[in-house]
Design a protein around this ligand. Structure first.
Ligand SMILES: Cc1cc2nc3c(=O)[nH]c(=O)nc-3n(C[C@H](O)[C@H](O)[C@H](O)COP(=O)(O)OP(=O)(O)OC[C@H]3O[C@@H](n4cnc5c(N)ncnc54)[C@H](O)[C@@H]3O)c2cc1C
Length: 311
């Protein structure tokens, strides 16, 4: 059986890995240039910033075993405490390691699907088509899956109940370390919830001070439609207020995550319509964490292979 997986983040890659282990053929599609989704690292001018997921924890056996393997392979190490892991030398090292050996079509923004006697065919915004799939898995934020399915006349009831909060991230570089913050700082009130000294993560260039600032969900919602050039000075001012550090950054950029963190999960490990052969997984099923996305991908793969065994 051949499965198309749309989305090569933690959920899509976990699903792909489990399906491959069960002997299935898998092709992944992702709209970005690389894999990882919100497990993201931006590299610019010799600087590197993990501007999405900051670290991850592994509480369940399945993800713990995967993380142990990644640590042994040098793609992952702990940061700040033994419970918190990060990719090395950047967060994307983790999805890249999970993606090894797969056929992955990047820069393919899936925009439609149709079914005929030969199976499912996907079409992309870039004008490509790929067909002959027995099943299609959507491993994207649910608010992106719902309209995509609807545009092709399909639906997966229940997935629309998940709610995301946005997050606006400010990426900064300085000529000297931000004083008063060892690795990261959390804030309960105000525009900013999180400041991380990215350069303190293992395998980064410790000589280049790089900082990731995350705005709160409320602030991000209120400012999401501002152009980055307009929100950048506002967030920089909030950073200065929060830290008392007023050096001019040598680099400053804003990244807007429209679907960043899950506020209300859908409450099921994954969704699969066995009649249609269409499934959906992602952090939005269980909760806004890398491990939740991974577990959701595994859950969907289990539903698919169990259905195959029962048929
Ligand atoms: C700012 C921020 C901070 C976070 N901090 C943490 C943290 O500290 N710890 C933690 O555990 N988690 C954190 N998270 C959450 C974590 O990153 C996510 O839970 C997890 O990475 C989600 O994985 P996923 O596979 O479900 O989705 P995603 O990573 O979003 O993957 C979806 C993929 O689908 C692709 N895609 C979308 N639309 C299409 C399309 N039409 N066609 C093809 N491809 C498409 C995207 O390019 C993407 O690669 C954070 C997230 C953000 C944004």
């Amino acid at each position: 059986m051949k499965t198309a997986i749309v989305g090569a983040g933690a959920a899509g890659l976990a699903c792909a890995g489990r399906l491959r282990a069960a002997g299935e053929d898998v092709v992944l599609f992702d709209k970005s240039r690389g894999v990882g989704g919100r497990m993201a690292t931006r590299r610019v001018d010799g600087l590197s910033f993990d501007h999405g997921a900051q670290f991850f924890t592994a509480r369940g056996d399945a993800f713990r075993e995967t993380v142990s393997g990644l640590v042994a392979a040098g793609a992952c190490a702990s940061w700040g405490s033994d419970e918190r892991s990060v990719g090395v030398p950047g967060m994307t090292a983790v999805p890249r390691a999970l993606a090894e050996g797969f056929e992955i079509r990047t820069e393919h923004t899936v925009s439609g699907l149709r079914r005929d006697a030969a199976g499912w065919t996907l079409s992309t915004a870039e004008g490509a088509e790929a067909g002959g799939f027995d099943r299609v898995v959507f491993a994207l934020p649910s608010p992106q899956i719902v309209p995509l399915l609807a545009a092709s006349g399909y639906a997966l009831p229940g997935i629309e109940s998940a709610v995301y909060a946005p997050c606006i991230a400010l990426l900064l570089a300085f000529e000297r370390p931000v004083p008063g913050i060892a690795t990261e700082a959390k804030f309960d009130a105000g525009a900013i919830v999180w400041i991380a000294r990215n350069a303190t993560k293992p395998g980064r260039d410790a000589a280049r001070e790089t900082v990731v600032v995350h705005a709160s969900a409320d602030w991000s919602r209120a400012h999401l439609d501002l152009e980055p050039d307009a929100s950048k000075p506002l967030l920089l001012a909030a950073f200065r207020d929060a830290t008392g550090f007023a050096d001019a950054p040598t680099y400053a950029a804003v990244h807007r995550w429209r679907y960043a963190l899950v506020e209300t999960p859908a409450g099921a490990p994954a969704f699969f319509d066995s009649e249609l052969g269409v499934g959906a997984c992602g952090d939005w099923c269980i909760g806004g964490r890398v491990e939740a996305a991974f577990d959701s991908g595994l859950a969907l793969a289990a539903m698919i292979t169990e259905e195959g065994a029962a048929a």
